[in-house]
Design a protein around this ligand. Structure first.
Ligand code: ASP
Ligand code: MG
Length: 304
């Protein structure tokens, strides 16, 4: 027997919830006029990410291709074609092996990555709240048996969600503020206004408040931590070039992005919400690995 009946039942309940989550996201976004794009798996450039990840590069046809860390730059281009886009985007992030113990990290995961042309941070925060509430309500309704099997009582958060700035969060909760905040709050909370040096160069600097970004994370309650990241984007070539320079990155690596920006990337805002983390939160799982049938846990090997 591959799994005991108890293990199989638990896995099946979680996978059913996961499947409903994906369906509910699609349903909500279709109603909001979004176009679904197929994901990008390999590209000449990908999200630089501020934290360390090992390189995941393949060679083909005389070129070097990165496995996608996030579709950020493709999203910025895509909204020049369709106003509102999303993709269920597989991401590969080879993070440190001990991150396997956080309960929140998989080195292969899927994020629902969306972007809206000419949108403000406020607009995508509003969209994110409505998306989350819609998915929670739908899943609570369609998966009541699975949730009771998993002994999960799921509350539906009130909107608008509260907000805290990065600076306030650090002042109140110290270094490990994300974890502390997530344990303390009653429902999801927005973490906004990250300082420029802690985030990637594509998050837009507030022209009114130099050094502060027009970006956000959403934090789940009950210690489940980060749900999503997003914000408004730098789209002007001179701004992108300057941000790349300040972060000490090689502009040559972002040649393709800069060429698109010169030709006119539209202003946009968006976010990426981790699907396995959302399923973990909905099901009340100990580790995000439980949300996948074939989890890729940092530091661990897998038979299949
Ligand atoms: N690039 C972000 C991430 O993958 C998501 C976003 O900003 O849309 O973390
Ligand atoms: Mg993030």
């Amino acid at each position: 027997m591959l799994l005991s009946e108890k293990e199989r039942e638990r896995k099946e309940a979680i996978l059913k919830v996961g499947s409903q989550v994906i369906g509910a996201c699609r349903e909500f976004l279709a109603g909001e006029g979004f176009v679904e794009l197929l994901p990008v798996i390999v590209a000449p450039l990908t999200d630089p990410l501020r934290h360390h990840t090992d390189r995941a590069v393949i060679e083909a046809y005389g070129g070097r291709w990165h496995l996608t860390r996030s579709m950020i730059f493709h999203k910025q281009f895509a909204v020049s074609v369709c106003e509102r886009i999303f993709s269920f985007s597989p991401n590969i992030r080879i993070e440190p092996p001990d991150w396997g113990e956080t309960g929140r990290h998989l080195w292969e995961f899927v994020q629902l990555d969306l972007e809206v042309r000419d949108a403000s941070r406020e607009e995508v925060m509003d969209l994110g709240e409505r998306l989350l509430v819609y998915v929670l309500e739908r899943v609570k309704d369609s998966c009541s048996e699975e949730l009771s099997f998993l002994e999960r009582e799921l509350g539906i958060p009130e909107r608008p969600f509260p907000r805290i700035t990065y600076t306030e969060a650090r002042r109140s909760y110290g270094e490990d503020f994300e974890e502390a905040l997530s344990r303390e709050v009653e429902g999801p909370i927005w973490l906004i206004d990250f300082p420029i040096d802690v985030r990637e160069f594509y998050d837009r600097e507030d022209p009114e408040r130099p050094g502060i970004l027009l970006d956000m994370d959403l934090i789940y309650p009950e210690g489940y931590g980060e749900a999503l990241s997003g914000g408004e984007r730098e789209h002007l070539p001179e701004r992108i070039r300057e941000r790349i320079r300040v972060q000490g990155l090689d502009p040559e690596q972002y040649r393709g992005l800069l060429a698109l920006a010169e030709r006119g990337l539209p202003p946009s805002a968006g976010f990426g919400i981790g699907i396995e983390r959302l399923v973990r939160y909905i099901c009340g799982l100990e580790h995000v690995a439980e949300a996948r049938l074939f989890p890729r846990v940092p530091g661990e090997l897998s038979p299949i």
